[in-house]
Design a protein around this ligand. Structure first.
Ligand SMILES: Nc1ncnc2c1ncn2[C@@H]1O[C@H](COP(=O)(O)OP(=O)(O)OP(=O)(O)O)[C@@H](O)[C@H]1O
Ligand SMILES: [Mg+2]
Length: 362
């Protein structure tokens, strides 16, 4: 190759690198496929036989081709690395009937390597941005729940005393009333309504982490076993199967066992309610060095994306009127939070809900 031709090739490569950096700087994160396509075109333009070349960029979920690709090709390729892991590749093809691999210049291989590094950097930035967005959404969600918790705690406290008065005086009147009178029956209605309201207030207090706790280092394996055994008749009645997977030895956690039982009850009752006939519910416990992880997975319909942000809010329910008050998961959330744990929802595959509770080990 003549000096002049050589220089021309070098200039084309440098121009390409410059172009690729500009494309990346101006990248619109919502249109990453356009950016990758522009990079493919720019790389193609810089090649010695650009008219015949096809540049292909593949990185899940993106697959871009600069131009139609021949059936049989000769090619050079380079991995795209994202955080040191191969996450796709860039290929440069020539039609095999006209070219051989020797037609790729060493400089072109170097250029391909450089462009792949640039694309890898871009994809790293994209992934950092996505993670930040997820984190931001999670924090906003946690913020909203904690504000709701404060409001709820206030209301619950205010209602506690008048409710206790209503119940106390109604019971006093009832005790003075002869049996089987109309007034006696009316007083029973007042008493039952007051008891119902007191239960709602109690659940709200759980949500707001305002309930007293009886914390002790306990082996939680038997606690989970006992809770599931108590639910056995409910599983049978609803024709739902279950599988419990617990570690052989002890799993020690600083916990309030009654509250932990309540968590398992609420989650499993939801799972049963939403399970199809013969659906399987899996309850499992795992222990790692730093964490204790409890999972409850079902095969129901799962939770639609637009509801996921709302499920822990008090009174959110999709159950039919009279079937649920929408307080089960709020109670669960409050109890887990007061144990310094977290609860996350993940969709099950192919369908269903998975609730993952993580407790830090003290
Ligand atoms: N396993 C699950 N599968 C599908 N949806 C669920 C599941 N668990 C909870 N949900 C959704 O979250 C909502 C809130 O659940 P939560 O337990 O707080 O209230 P609820 O079950 O509706 O009423 P309550 O528990 O007070 O009887 C449910 O109505 C449902 O829409
Ligand atoms: Mg429930």
């Amino acid at each position: 190759m003549t000096l002049e031709k050589n220089l021309k090739e070098r200039i084309k490569e440098l121009t390409c690198l410059y172009e690729v950096s500009s494309i990346i700087v101006n990248n619109d994160f919502r249109e990453l496929d356009k950016t990758l396509y522009s990079i493919a075109l720019s790389l193609r333009k810089s090649l010695q036989y650009s008219k015949y070349a096809t540049v292909e960029i593949i990185s899940e979920p993106y697959h871009l081709i600069s131009s139609t690709i021949s059936k049989k090709t000769v090619l050079i390729e380079n991995n795209i690395n994202v955080f040191n892991d191969p996450k796709g590749f860039i290929k440069i093809h020539y039609p095999a009937d006209k070219f051989t691999v020797n037609d790729f210049l060493t400089e072109e291989k170097k250029l391909l390597e450089n462009v792949a590094i640039n694309v890898g950097d871009l994809l790293e930035r994209v992934s950092i941005r996505e993670n930040e967005a997820i984190l931001k959404r999670k924090m906003e969600h946690a913020d909203r729940l904690s504000i709701l918790g404060e409001i709820t705690a206030g209301i619950a406290h205010e209602l506690n005393t008048p409710l206790a008065n209503i119940l106390g005086f109604a019971e006093l009147l009832k005790s003075k009333e002869p049996e089987n009178t109309q007034t006696g029956q009316d007083l029973d209605k007042i008493i039952n309504s007051a008891i119902f309201s007191r239960e709602v207030v109690k659940k709200l207090m759980f949500f707001a982490c305002e309930m007293p706790q009886n914390l002790g280092h306990t082996d939680i394996v038997p606690v989970i076993n006992d809770a599931v055994n108590l639910l056995d008749p409910t599983f049978k009645k609803n024709e739902v199967k279950y599988k419990v997977n617990l570690p052989k030895g002890e799993v020690l956690l600083k916990a309030d066992t009654i509250q932990l039982t309540q968590v398992i009850f609420n989650l499993v009752l939801n799972a049963i309610y939403f399970s199809p006939k013969n659906g399987l519910i899996k309850i499992s416990l795992e222990e790692t060095k730093k964490k204790i992880i409890l999972k409850i997975a079902d095969e129901g319909p799962g939770i639609p994306a637009e509801n996921v942000q709302k499920i822990f809010q008090p009174f959110f329910t999709t159950k039919a009127v009279g079937d649920g008050s929408g307080l089960g998961l709020s109670v669960v959330h409050g109890i887990i939070r007061s144990h310094r744990g977290t609860i996350d929802y993940l969709p099950n595959n192919p369908t269903g809900a998975i609730f993952i509770i993580t407790f830090p080990k003290q």
